[in-house]
Design a protein around this ligand. Structure first.
Ligand SMILES: [Fe+2]
Ligand SMILES: [Fe+2]
Length: 240
C-alpha cells in the first residue's frame, strides 16, 4: 500500500475541541482501566465488553460483508471472520478462567447500539454513490471500527504492567486488529474509483464523528463503573 493511500485512510490529526476531547477520553480511560483492574468484577467487565465488540464485528461481517461478497473478496472475508471468531473464543476463555461463564447471548450496550444504528444509516445513504455499492461503506466503517479496536487495545497494553497475565491475549488480538486495519485500507484502495475518493473521505469523516460522539461521557461511565466495582470488592487486588 502506497504512502499516499495510507495518508488517505489514516485517521486525520484532530484540531480544536475534537482534539481536546480525544485527549480527555484517553486520560479518563487510562484511569478507568486502572480502576477496573483493581477488582475481579471490573476485569470481567472489560473482558465482557471486548467479547461483545468481537461478536458485533462477527455479525457485521456475516450480515453486511459475507451476505453478498464479490468473488475476489470471499476468501479474505472468510479469513477475517475466522480471526474475529478466534478473538471471541479467547475473550470467552479468559472469562471462564476467571470464574465466569460468558452469557450465551450478548447484546451491545445502548450507547454502542445507537452508534451501530448511526453507522448503518450513514452506510445506506452513501452506498448508491459507489460503483461497488454497500461494500465501500461496509469497509469504510469496518476501517473505523478496526482503528478504534487498535487504539483501545494499544492503550490497554500500555496501561498494564508487562508481566500482567492479560498482556499475551491483548497483544495477540491487537496484532490481528492492526492487520485488519491494513486489510480494510487495501480493500478500499481496490474498490474505490479515483472520482469516488471525495465521497469516501466524507463518509470516513462522518463515521469517525459518530465514533467520537459520547466519547467523554462513555469514558466517565467506564471510570465510575471501575470505582464502584473496586469499592464493592473492598479493594480486591489480583494476586496472580
Ligand atoms: Fe477482533
Ligand atoms: Fe478486527
Amino acid at each position: 500500500m502506497s504512502a499516499v493511500q495510507l495518508a488517505l485512510f489514516a485517521a486525520p490529526p484532530l484540531r480544536g475541541w475534537p482534539r481536546l476531547q480525544a485527549f480527555l477520553v484517553d486520560r479518563i480511560k487510562r484511569a478507568a482501566l486502572r480502576q477496573l483492574h483493581a477488582s475481579r468484577a471490573g476485569e470481567l467487565l472489560l473482558l465482557r465488553i471486548y467479547l461483545i465488540g468481537e461478536e458485533a464485528t462477527e455479525q457485521t461481517l456475516q450480515q453486511e460483508m459475507l451476505a453478498n461478497p464479490p468473488a475476489w473478496l470471499e476468501r479474505q472475508v472468510q479469513q477475517h471472520l475466522r480471526e474475529e471468531q478466534e478473538h471471541s473464543a479467547l475473550f470467552a476463555a479468559a472469562m471462564r478462567e476467571r470464574g465466569m461463564q460468558p452469557p450465551s447471548e450478548l447484546r451491545p450496550d445502548r450507547l454502542s447500539q445507537a452508534k451501530i444504528r448511526r453507522w448503518q444509516r450513514i452506510a445506506r445513504r452513501h452506498a448508491p454513490h459507489f460503483q461497488q455499492g454497500l461494500l465501500v461503506p461496509a469497509y469504510a466503517i469496518g476501517l473505523c471500527a478496526e482503528q478504534m479496536a487498535e487504539r483501545v487495545l494499544s492503550r490497554h497494553c500500555a496501561v498494564l504492567p508487562a508481566e500482567h497475565p492479560l498482556q499475551g491475549l491483548l497483544g495477540r488480538v491487537l496484532s490481528d486488529e492492526r492487520k485488519h486495519v491494513r486489510l480494510c485500507m487495501r480493500t478500499l484502495g481496490l474498490s474505490v474509483a479515483e472520482h469516488e475518493q471525495p465521497r469516501l473521505q466524507q463518509l470516513l469523516a462522518e463515521a469517525r464523528a459518530v465514533d467520537r460522539a459520547w466519547g467523554v461521557s462513555g469514558a466517565v461511565g467506564m471510570y465510575l463503573a471501575g470505582v464502584a466495582l473496586r469499592l464493592r470488592a473492598g479493594g480486591w487486588r489480583r494476586s496472580n
